[in-house]
Design a protein around this ligand. Structure first.
Ligand SMILES: Nc1ncnc2c1ncn2[C@@H]1O[C@H](COP(=O)(O)OP(=O)(O)OP(=O)(O)O)[C@@H](O)[C@H]1O
Length: 266
């Protein structure tokens, strides 16, 4: 259950988007992919879940290059929960979660006892069993995110890929979903915009800036004041507090961006 991204290059519309990107996610680790808007995070995830073929480099799951595996074998290994995906109406929650079993089906595509067991377990893991018979389209944003995570877990993937899973969620729902991901223990690569959540969830962070990795490693090694200032444009530091929790503390009011710009200039 290991992800290795090796010297990945991606060009879109004749513009280089990712350059020489390398990263590793070890078994059971949660690695956060962070960086400013447009730095290439979603593009990198697309390459990892095999929706975008790179010009150079390789994505390996458990040592196998995903482009040398048959499509169905690659699909079984990686499950993605993506942001802002439109969803067809008319399917109930159980049917949506059962879609996670599709890569495991043979040519006849029939569900067996193992599929039912995987769906029930995923619904339970995500606290979504009471929603099982509801129309998916009738759910709140937070409930939908839980169900989409359950669909990914029903797949029993080696690797979980999450793109802004906590978008649109209130603060309590964010923490609930993130603690659920921690408890699941699947090897995970997660794009997160909220650095405060990223430092709580992740073992390691990878920072992308203009398509290149500019820092990678344990949270406190990566989020130095220089990285927070030069990459994210805020005067802040990440510190472990007495209760053991890492928090980001702003040196200046983050709304007073002119102070940050002056600090950077000086
Ligand atoms: N299909 C495409 N064709 C051309 N350029 C693209 C395409 N998809 C993305 N890009 C460009 O690639 C760059 C990286 O986009 P990407 O969505 O990967 O960034 P991101 O870090 O996920 O951004 P955000 O934080 O805003 O979601 C952006 O400049 C974007 O405009």
């Amino acid at each position: 259950m290991r992800l290795s991204v090796d010297q990945l290059d991606i060009t879109l519309d004749r513009r280089p988007i990712l350059r020489d990107v390398c990263l590793e996610v070890g078994p059971g680790e949660i690695v956060g992919l962070v960086g400013p808007n447009g730095s290439g995070k979603s593009t990198l995830l697309r390459a990892v879940y095999r929706s975008l073929r790179p010009e150079g480099g390789a994505v390996r799951v458990d040592g196998d290059d995903i482009w040398t595996l048959p499509a169905r074998a690659a699909a079984r290994r990686t499950a993605a929960v993506l942001q802002d995906v439109g969803h067809a109406t008319g399917l109930c929650v159980r049917e949506i979660v059962a879609l996670g079993r599709t890569p495991h089906h043979g040519l006849l595509g029939r569900d067996g006892p193992e599929d039912h067991e995987a769906v029930d377990r995923a619904l339970d893991q995500c606290g979504a069993r009471p929603l099982a018979d509801r129309d998916f389209a009738s759910l709140s944003g937070g409930e939908r995110q839980r169900v989409l995570l359950a669909r990914a877990l029903a797949q029993r993937p080696h690797l979980l890929v999450l793109d802004e899973l906590t978008n649109h969620l209130d603060i309590r729902a964010r923490f609930e979903l993130l603690s659920l991901i921690r408890a699941i223990g699947t090897t995970t690569l997660a794009v997160l915009h909220d650095l405060d959540l990223a430092v709580r969830l992740c073992d390691h962070l990878v920072v992308l800036q203009q398509g290149a990795v500019v820092a990678a490693g344990p949270v406190l090694d990566v989020l130095t004041p220089a990285v927070l200032r030069d990459v994210f444009g805020v005067a802040a530091s990440a510190d472990r507090h007495a209760d053991g929790v890492v928090r980001i503390v702003y040196a200046a009011d983050p709304l007073a961006l002119h102070l940050v710009e002056r600090a950077a200039a000086g």
